[in-house]
Design a protein around this ligand. Sequence first.
Ligand SMILES: Cc1cc2nc3c(=O)[nH]c(=O)nc-3n(C[C@H](O)[C@H](O)[C@H](O)COP(=O)(O)O)c2cc1C
Length: 361
Amino acid sequence: MGIVNSIKFRASRQYSKFLKSILSFRAKLANSEKVVIWAAKSPRRSSLYYFLLSSSFDREHYSVLKGKLIHIKHDSSGISHDATLRRNIHRIEKGLTTIPLRKTFAQDYINETIYAYENMVQDSSDHNTLKWATDVLSLYFRTVDPTTVIEVAKKRFLQVKGTSINSVSNFIPYYRKDNVKSDIEFDSFQQLCLQRRSVRWYQDSKVPIDLIYKAVSAALHSPSACNRQPYRFVFVDDPEQLKIAGNLPMGIKTFSHNVPLIGILIGDLSAYFDERDRHIIYIDGGLAAMSFMFALETLGLSSCPINWPDIEERERGLEKFLKLKPHERGIMFFSIGYPLEEGQIPYSQKKTIDNIIKYHK
Ligand SMILES: Cc1cc2nc3c(=O)[nH]c(=O)nc-3n(C[C@H](O)[C@H](O)[C@H](O)COP(=O)(O)O)c2cc1C
């Protein structure tokens, strides 16, 4: 028994040595300039490069595919999932605002929409989304010319409790009136842009939760592709948890010890049925992040966006910390707090406008 164990032990040591040398040879090849030049010559070569020599995109591939799978499963299995409903209701409200109004539209996805609606009505507690869907669908059925497909969908819609074609709808397209016009003049907005700077030094005082709710509620009005809003914000202010969160990204190392609140923006790749939309979590998330940081400034709070680089070891750390699902990805972190008067802010000169603007003729 002892001999067998010793043979097994030696064999496994030999094996791990062999594996290590293969991996280091692979890393050497991946970092060789000649190999990179060769691989960068065509998309096919670069795919081969990432398949054979680099695992840098592994997590992204996996997350995109996991998200797509969940999306497909939701759409076919009746498990409620709001991305399809939000996207389709938005397409319908866009159709209702098209000039000139078409007599019929959305026939190719109205059944899918009703299916998603039925499931959401059963499972979802998001009353606002449901009201919006109900109102837009009622208006749609009131507006379009009936076809066989539309009639079938309408019948199913009316079978859902609480629906009616003639109900008062208020979450529907509207005309822009003076009451939605802000009284912020350009100069004030520009001033806010100048005021918002990445602040890294904060007072030792807790950030009130209600201010964070306010800032996020403003951020929620940011545009997002097909109004899907594929992200969520997580906040950490517990001292012990702050220590863990402050060690996850690299760019917060020098000042994490004085940060009273860390925000983490998480993207959800299950909002998409196709790889083509894999970047949207970062675009939508980035837009929401900007509104969030502006809102914080108006509330007397400052922030600094913190990079979340795609480094496998750190990804695993974040996954464990927030118990993320495979289709969820970190977008960015924020440090947040009341600015410390004696803390300086890097000047960070911006580019000159003429260098970044061009009218293409
Ligand atoms: C996506 C993103 C990632 C950033 N990551 C970090 C970071 O890791 N650490 C840091 O101190 N600042 C970070 N910043 C802040 C930038 O350094 C800062 O925005 C830039 O220098 C311009 O300065 P300003 O924000 O004061 O205008 C990041 C900003 C963005 C938008």
